[in-house]
Design a protein around this ligand. Sequence first.
Ligand SMILES: Cc1cc2nc3c(=O)[nH]c(=O)nc-3n(C[C@H](O)[C@H](O)[C@H](O)COP(=O)(O)OP(=O)(O)OC[C@H]3O[C@@H](n4cnc5c(N)ncnc54)[C@H](O)[C@@H]3O)c2cc1C
Length: 407
Amino acid sequence: MNYDVIIIGGGPAGLMAANQFEINNINYLLLEKNETYGKKLLLTGGRRCNVTNNLSVSDFIESLTFKHRKFLFPALHTFGPKEIVSFFEDTGLELVLEDNFKYFPKTGNSISVLEALTKSLVKERILFNQNVKKIDKNNNLFIVEADDNVFYATNVIVATGSNSYPSTGSSGDGLDFAKFFNLQYHNFSPAETYVYSQQIVNDFKELQGFSISGCFVNIKNIKKSYEGDLLFTHFGLSGPVIMHLSEYIYKDILINNISIIEFGFIKQKETELYDNLIHNRGKYLHKALEMYTSKKVVEVLLKYLNIESNIIAEMKKNDLLLVAKIFTKLEIVIDKVEDKEKAFVNKGGIDLKELDPNSMEVKKIKGFYFVGETTNLHGPIGGYNITIALSTGYIASKDIISKLKIK
Ligand SMILES: Cc1cc2nc3c(=O)[nH]c(=O)nc-3n(C[C@H](O)[C@H](O)[C@H](O)COP(=O)(O)OP(=O)(O)OC[C@H]3O[C@@H](n4cnc5c(N)ncnc54)[C@H](O)[C@@H]3O)c2cc1C
């Protein structure tokens, strides 16, 4: 049997496309390698699924850091956060806004999101345990080879995800399909993940679990910075600001073997803190510092500097200068970024130059589409990545539907 469309992959991108084909009565088939769909989706947002956010399209795009972020304009304009919220509400799923930014299902369970995405799908159109190994094209027909089956279709949507959490089925297969058709792609690498630092383990063990809110972090070598919450862990650093910078730290380590980041415990310039200490010359150093940060931080950092607290007026200038430096701009060596398989998201995927931003169709191969995280599109944590998957899955399906209707 020849299908109008074959979707490869049952994550949010593939399932959104399937929804549109179902509504429009299209002869489609979804092939999923696992025994069920949406395995990664179920893990998202701490199993609560941060499905989208409440940003406008332009603010959404502004928050992305990859070079060709404007590529996403057509997709998000057609089916962005607002439309995603409406889509789920139409399925009967209530979403609630958290921190006035992130949408989660009211049930607090990612299963509800998966149920909403699959409730209108017909069982016969989904084939599980179909690991697609090869896609070829002969004249106008795509030949899709799974382990023991061969399928034929006039359109193919590749929605196989990246290489993060391969146990969920996302093993980076999209790149093999791209390679076969001579399409340009970027190997997957970690993004949105934790970093390892022996220096933190050795010198700042007591700060494990401590966080700095709104911390400004700069990667020294490449002068890339970002602001957000930072968390000390038993192996290094985490928190939104570190996660967001992790792909750049990874790049820095690739080039320089290590990456040095700098951040402060006290939000003042070095000279400003020094002046403030001098201004409080009658106080003990630790008491003066505790006006700006916690007792614990003061204790750990003074121990690290091997400086004993005394009346400030009686202390050496060099010691005070060093304190001002370290409390406002501590340098930390990062040795490693978490592996791409354990990262929440992957950088890399099909080169955006190969794809039409209005449809996600490969420019030089009619009827061939790549959507979701298998493309070189990714965002920070905060509902961006599921939004990108749903939005690109939607526009690819709409393009196919309109072409099939014209025929
Ligand atoms: C722990 C964790 C938490 C996350 N939390 C959030 C969050 O709260 N909000 C957010 O926006 N993003 C979150 N993300 C990111 C988000 O889950 C992904 O960006 C999103 O799932 C990508 O969707 P996708 O449809 O492109 O690919 P995937 O969800 O990876 O789905 C790909 C599907 O294709 C199937 N497949 C792969 N290869 C083949 C093949 N050869 N043949 C057949 N089938 C195949 C896979 O089995 C899988 O079902 C999180 C990620 C992780 C790992």
